[in-house]
Design a binder for this molecule. Structure first.
Ligand code: IMP
Ligand code: MG
Length: 185
């Protein structure tokens, strides 16, 4: 299922304007990222922390391309309140059970947009005294003016369009599309 015609029946009547990253393109980039991550952590315990829900497909493909031992856990962050208030409104509704202290933590995110969620998560996770704390994002819209920490590992610079598929949703739909597409208005 890599062509739009093959997945039309999943679209609930919506259409996409174009496929931005097709499945083979994503797979090739995820393989390169996995190798890069493997080289970046020659020693120590590596904990790959996926930010749910958007990262679940990316993370599951990515960890299978990282050629070194690692552990996996997840975070669920919840945003609150008024969009015009920009700080402090993210809390963890699921917190990893594993101890973070002394481990290399690789936080995996689907897409960096305003960067608000990541900024707050970096603050929260830093207090757990990890050995290192880095971000791996599949997509980056390069819209965030003041990221506390930028992604060390990045799949693609994304266009400024609303993207769905490969884990990314619109109102919880379209996560299972095997590619990343731009949703038509
Ligand atoms: P940020 O805090 O503004 O960086 O928001 C990041 C989160 O917003 C991502 O983890 C996604 O869940 C969601 N998001 C941002 N842009 C898109 C998009 O184009 N498509 C789907 N979800 C998006
Ligand atoms: Mg979302």
């Amino acid at each position: 299922m890599s062509r739009y015609d093959d997945v039309k029946h999943l679209m609930k009547g919506r259409t996409i304007s174009r496929i931005v990253y097709d499945a083979p393109t994503i797979a090739a980039r995820v393989h390169e990222l996995g190798m890069e991550i493997g080289r970046a952590y020659p020693d120590g315990d590596l904990l790959v922390l996926g930010l749910l829900k958007g990262s679940f497909i990316f993370l599951s493909d990515l960890v299978r391309q990282i050629p070194r031992p690692l552990q996996v856990d997840f975070l669920v962050a919840s945003s609150y309140g008024n969009e015009t208030v920009s700080s402090g409104l993210v809390r963890l509704v699921y917190d990893p059970e594993t101890v973070l202290e002394g481990k290399h933590i690789l936080l995996v995110e689907d897409i960096i947009d305003s960067g608000r969620t990541l900024n707050r998560l970096i603050e929260i996770l830093s207090t757990r005294r990890p050995r290192s704390l880095e971000i791996c994002a599949l997509l980056h819209k390069r819209l965030a003016p003041d990221l506390v920490r930028d992604a060390r590992f990045l799949g693609f610079d994304a266009p400024h369009e609303f993207l769905v598929g490969y884990g990314l949703d619109h109102a919880e739909d379209f996560r299972s599309l095997p590619f990343v597409a731009s949703l038509a208005d």
